[in-house]
Design a protein around this ligand. Sequence first.
Ligand code: B12
Length: 214
Amino acid sequence: MSKEEMFKELADAVISCKKDAVDAAVEKARSEGIEPAEIIEKGLAAGMNEVGIMFERGKLFLPHVMLAAGAMESGVTILEADMPKDTASKKLGVIVNGTVEGDVHDIGKSIVSTMLQSAGFEVHDIGRDVPLQDFIDKIKETNADMVGLSALMTTTLPGQKAVIEMLKEQGLRDNIKVMVGGAPATENWAKKIGADCYAENASEAVAKAKELLV
Ligand code: B12
């Protein structure tokens, strides 16, 4: 089976909403020596994007989306074991990452955390629907070098801007880099709100974090 066929099988497994099919496709891709990051981005996430498109077109309903999300998470969990948690003896930097208040979407944010961690960053993933002040508190507590702010809805996107304002008000903005992401975020939005960078996906997030912190 070619790599492309393998990615399609992974994506189709997510679309089928079947956890067993996802787990089997992940095990297969893994045994073929495909990198976890590729399995996630070109296979599982591509499938989840398809699910999103079908949901938007009214071809799939929320329970399907929830099942597909659960199936994808199961596949990602298998792969997490393959990603070295502690690659560098000296950490590349400390990053607080979370999904802003009012937003429960966390699949993409968790992938970003996992990939940053396996790239050698110390990551404090504070979850989803996180009260904005909690980002600030965690940044202080961990003396973080960067904060990642995820938002998947146009209605929660302003939370990213609000955190940046809070960092300024509390005198912390000069000591921390801000990275924003999530489907409705864009490069332009990042510029507009004064973030340090935007990343479209997890690999790009790792590249940008290295650019800014290493
Ligand atoms: C899965 C999903 C759900 C799942 C979430 C499960 C979970 N644990 O996350 C469930 C079913 C729970 C859900 C619920 C809801 N959802 Co929903 N959901 C989706 C869906 C289909 C896919 C999102 C996803 O996981 N994609 C796959 C991952 C891998 O991609 P990703 O999240 O984009 O992440 C990548 C990048 O964005 C980036 N990234 C992400 N975060 C970060 C952070 C940083 C720092 C960086 C650098 C990068 C980065 O890297 C990631 C990896 O490559 C989207 C559709 C879409 N097109 O996005 C709708 C969508 C986001 N949902 C939507 C809505 C409206 C809802 C609900 C209100 C329910 C409803 N009535 O439809 C609730 C939200 C409740 C709430 N308060 O939050 C809307 C939002 C519309 C808007 N206003 O903008 C969307 C766009 C669908 C739609 N068109 O209607 N949803």
